[in-house]
Ligand binder design. Structure first.
Ligand SMILES: Nc1nc2c(ncn2[C@@H]2O[C@H](COP(=O)(O)OP(=O)(O)OP(=O)(O)O)[C@@H](O)[C@H]2O)c(=O)[nH]1
Ligand SMILES: [Mg+2]
Length: 389
């Protein structure tokens, strides 16, 4: 495959003149099954980085250079990946820092993972023997460790250990798919958002442990305050919308209206049609069940919706069985509650809420996911497959 190592640079003259010869002389010759190229993405560095690259281009013909305006790391990568895919025919791309913090000798290991079929390979400093520099000051270490932990916790994707690092390999398909959404993130938040979107879209992702070495030449381009503000804004917003659009949230809204349908129709059947309270309640419950089944099928679990007409009656019957389980739970909890604390309206309503919150929601939501729409079944199996092979 055609592989392009994309190296963004801003004032990295001294580093790029060391990195490129290492790639060309030590690393590329040992990679036999891929065509290796380098693309330097420079933003008009005042120190003459681009001129240095032009000199190196005379020596090796697999080096390209893209020069543009300085608009941050994310923008540089988007420009570079656009160039690599359209002008260079890249099938696989690497993200790599110019300052030798990323060990070139790790490149073949990333490519092995690509050869195994992964779409995105993440260099990780936080698992499997990877590391951050020992000579980093305490604040820098804490900043790095807690920054990552914060992202993992808020985005609740714990199996990825390094979100903010910039040593990665990806198939061009990942970039092409996410491209339209990437341009909004200019700085280092680019790394987090890119990875987050790739996970969302189901790309096959794995990690390779790396040792991150401190730069010995030139200066860091991180602007910590801007970085933290940008990053927090991204992860909080992304998580908020994830919850808002999640099946669970839709299931909860559906259930809430289901409850209202049950309560209102109980009164209507009893008041207007003179039905016995029990019968009116049961009829209301069945109306709510029909509502819940329909909305969950076409909205909350729409990605797994059941459409085959011969399957719907069976699923609807199973759904009724699950709902009957909820009825038994509510009946049981209220019986116990009123026996212990007295049969007052307050106790009944309190135990109804407790029954729904503590038992009915976890019970019915898992039943829907496991048995009715089989959503967890699918993701659980693929997760297991990833672990085993
Ligand atoms: N083209 C371009 N490259 C950038 C920009 N900002 C950073 N870079 C490059 O991105 C890579 C990573 O930047 P660094 O400043 O080394 O960031 P870091 O590695 O997180 O920080 P240090 O550990 O202090 O080096 C380097 O190769 C930089 O030259 C930018 O705005 N444009
Ligand atoms: Mg660096």
């Amino acid at each position: 495959m055609k592989v392009v190592i994309i190296v963004p640079t801003y004032n990295e003259k001294g580093n790029i003149e060391r990195l490129i010869p290492i790639l060309e002389e030590k690393i590329f010759p040992v990679i036999k099954n891929h065509k290796m190229h380098v693309l330097v993405v420079d933003d008009n560095s005042p120190d003459g980085t681009a001129d240095e690259v032009k000199k190196l281009m005379k020596k090796w013909d697999n080096i390209s250079l893209s020069i543009g305006e300085k608009r941050g790391l994310g923008a540089a990568y988007v420009r570079g990946m656009n160039y690599a895919t359209t002008e260079m025919g890249a099938e696989v791309m690497f993200e790599m820092d110019a300052d030798l913090s990323h060990e070139p000798k790790k490149i073949p290991e990333f490519l092995e993972k690509i050869d195994e079929g992964y779409d995105l390979v993440i260099g990780t400093r936080y698992s499997g023997g990877g590391s951050i520099p020992h000579n980093w000051g305490l604040h820098r270490k804490l900043f790095s460790i807690f920054g990552n932990l914060l992202v993992r916790t808020i985005l609740t994707r714990f199996w990825i250990h390094d979100w903010t690092g910039g040593f990665r390999a990806l198939r061009k398909e990942v970039f092409l798919k996410e491209k339209a959404e990437l341009t909004a993130f200019r700085g280092y938040t680019f790394q987090v958002s890119f990875l987050h979107k790739a996970i969302r879209d189901g790309f096959k992702i794995t990690e390779v442990p790396i040792h991150f070495t401190d730069r010995t030449l030139g200066r860091s381009k991180i602007a910590p305050r801007e970085y933290i503000a940008d990053l927090l804004k991204y992860i909080l917003k992304a998580r908020f919308f994830e919850i808002l659009y999640s099946p669970f949230f839709k299931y909860a809204i559906t259930g809430f209206f289901g409850y209202l349908i049950n309560a209102i129709s109980l009164e209507v059947f009893k008041g207007y049609f003179g039905l016995h309270s029990g019968a009116a309640g049961a009829l209301g419950a069945e109306l709510a069940i029909i509502w819940n089944f329909t909305l969950n099928n076409f909205w909350a679990f729409s990605r797994y919706k059941i459409t085959a007409t011969q399957k719907i009656p069976l699923k609807f019957f199973q759904f009724n069985l699950v709902s009957f389980g909820s009825v038994l739970i509510i009946g049981g909890v209220i019986t116990v509650g009123t026996a212990l604390f007295g049969d007052t309206r307050f106790v009944r309503q309190l135990f109804l809420i407790a029954a729904i919150g503590f038992f009915v929601i976890p019970y019915s939501y898992s039943m829907y996911n496991i048995f009715i729409w089989k959503r967890w079944h699918i993701s659980f199996l693929s997760r297991l497959q990833e672990l085993v092979g």
